[in-house]
Ligand binder design. Structure first.
Ligand SMILES: [Zn+2]
Length: 111
């Protein structure tokens, strides 16, 4: 599926509610990811990955490693309302080639 134009993605990102972070215990992402929210997988008390569906709508499952020591890895933080921020940005080299930040539950699209 072709991604929506950047201006449309930025527009809808501003209008739609912030995404939340759901914490699940286990060592594999669920077969079905939420349509908008991010899922943090925690195993034995260690946060190890964040999964979500590509926000462009292409249907791709994304998994960002947050476990200490792995590369590449991302930092995931939440604000006091549970809205997640991912650092650094997510840049897909294949498929839809989306490039975006997740900041306090909002998708911030890059060119
Ligand atoms: Zn995509």
């Amino acid at each position: 599926m072709k991604a929506a134009p950047l201006w449309w993605r930025s527009f809808t990102s501003r209008l739609t509610p912030r995404r939340s972070l759901r914490v699940l215990n286990g060592d594999t992402l669920p077969a079905t990811l939420p349509s908008r929210d991010l899922v943090l997988m925690r195993d034995d008390g260690d946060d190890w990955s964040v999964g979500f569906q590509c926000p462009c709508g292409c249907g791709q499952r994304l998994e960002m490693m947050v476990l200490k020591g792995v590369r590449p890895r991302w930092d995931i933080t939440t604000d006091n309302r549970g809205h997640p921020t991912l650092h650094p940005s997510v840049w897909l080299r294949a498929g839809c080639r989306s490039h975006f930040w997740v900041r306090r539950g909002k998708i911030v699209w890059c060119e």
